[in-house]
Design a protein around this ligand. Sequence first.
Ligand code: F6P
Length: 751
Amino acid sequence: MTLVKPRWVHVPWIIGAGVLLVVLLASALLPLATGMFDRWTQRDVDLRSRLVFESIREQVADFAAAGDTARANALFDRLTTDQRLVAAGLCAPDSTLRYGSRSMAEIFSCASIPANTPDMARVAVDVEDRVVVHAFSLDGKPNLGRVVIIHDLGFTAARLAQFRAGLIGALVVAALIAAALVAFVALVMARTWMGSLRQAIDDLRDGRAPPSPPSLLGVGQDVRQALDELDFVRRRIDATHTEWTPETLTVALANELPGSEVIVVSNREPYIHNAGKAGVHVQRPASGLVSAMEPVMRACGGTWVAHGSGSADRETVDAADRVQVPPEAPSYTLRRVWLTEEEQDGYYYGFANEGLWPLCHIAFVRPTFRESDWAMYRTVNAKFADAVAAEAKRPDPVILIQDYHFALLPRMLRERLPEATIVTFWHIPWPNAETFGICPYREEIIEGLLGSSILGFHTQFHCNNFFDTVDRFLESRINRETASIAFGGRETIVRPYPISIEWPPAALATQKPIAECRAIVRERYDLEPDTRLCVGIERFDYTKGIIDRMQAVDSFLTDHPEWAGRFVLLQIAAPTRSKLASYRTLQDEAQALALDINSRHGGGKPGPILLIAEHHEPADVFTLFRAADMCLVSSLHDGMNLVAKEFVAARDDERGVLVLSAFAGASRELGEALIVNPYHTHAMAEAILQALTMSEHDQQARMRLMREQVQSRNVYRWAGQMLLDASRLRKRERISKFVPPTTRAPAGAPA
Ligand code: F6P
């Protein structure tokens, strides 16, 4: 975009030209002024000589008449005590020196006075010796001779140097004053220009009259052209085909929410500082939320408020509990909130993960609701509300609340910061109304969420479930056409925003070529070079269908024993929430099942299932993806599942097969994967076979389409769409303040 420069942008040039002009003037003025000064000085010396002569003429005439040589000489000597008068004396008519100061005979010969010299005259100026000689006839009687007075011109040179320095100084001061004046005028012009520009941009953005000549009066063509270009950028960002990158996201934020402050709130922090044997080390948690939100924060800047859960977290924050991250190139602030063990037990393990998590995932683990957990959930939500309000520097920040840990936070923040734009994203599924209805605190949870300006889910299906739930349990006005719910005098937009990953993924930058990754991983896990590798990588969570996946492998090898010894499922499961019995049971069950399957299909080798219960950093995960022939994502229920998208992103060779659960939100976007029902063991086993026998051509065609999808619908688009909707909502709210309720247009779903 080429913005037309406003006129005041030329001010530096004007100042430069002014300074040049002053320099030119100085060089022209100096010789002139020097000439004038010279003439003035010589007149001054002439006058001095005359004055000296007049003051001594009578005495000299008397001494000459009396022939008093001693007194006459003494008189002339006294004259030369003035350092500018170097010699004086009386030359007789015969051109000899009759009387004189001691210096007279040395520097002057009376014979050098021309015969026709008038009575009072300057006799000679010797520039080299820097002297000027004046001769005056004594009483007009030539027979008495001439008084000669010799001045040193050295003092005039010093005076001239002083005069020149003064003149140059005055010119410089004048130039500086002129430059300061121009700069001041420019500043005033710039302020006026910016004010008009801001007003005009507001007009443009808020859909008021487009920038018309009267509104820009005094601002001019430049502003109007700049506005047109801004509008062009806005339209480009609005367009469906915008290529979303960190840069477009930054521009969208700057254009649509100018000067806004972004605050993210989540339970899980993006960087965990842990104390280890070798000192403090930083861990990137295995969390879809973090993988999605972190690149967005890197692009937008701002503050991320989260629970400080690392063993060295307290050591690494400042006095205000803040630390700048990412550690290698800080670009935003992480503000840590400390939770007691009791708070974690009730809020995180209890209500969030034993109540809401199984409730929303419908994964056949019975939700547990305890009054004490609920009380702690409320307490911790209020604690975070205080922390966010304390972090807010303006009354109207854009607050991005993440996930089911904070269902009450939107309303609590609405009370503390009524002008804030609150965007809440629910990272897990929202169940149908009947299922949600078993939650004893359903009304409070829904009311809490409706404190949001925008409430996002991964899919339209989850939005619909939410509408049904509100409809069933709350007195409100639901407008499904405009995707909004009016409750308690405010509206909440409810929309799907399919979450994604950054593109290109940062972890890909450091990866080795595919062949090397394959070799490294096969060597690391002691696998034959031609072993076909299937990977499963996630948190050790019962919603992920890890047991079901193993059962599918069991079924596959039972039906196709020829693959035994040639196929391995490498299951990386990062331990999570191990304090909860349901998670510990899952880990035990999975270990036992892996042993069982390996014993039956091992054929003397370690067996087809390699279960590693360890956290892996993103770069290691990407190496595993690149080394694999297929990736198996068999979630029993999943909001989106970013592992599926990361596998696709890791395969820049356009090879590898993704087997994906129909119950993961990602299946709506990655239709070229082999879509399976994880509850249907046999069908999943057949999908494994299909993946292993898929032609390279077919793999490439599918992978290419999926990569295009993940590339274009990346996480910057996810965040960008939410922020654009937030911006439209802000404008609408601003306008609605001036529109009487009866004529107010219905709040529509953002475009
Ligand atoms: O799916 C919801 C979610 O918050 C994800 O964003 C994330 O992958 C996971 O749960 C993290 O769980 P936790 O923070 O409890 O380890």
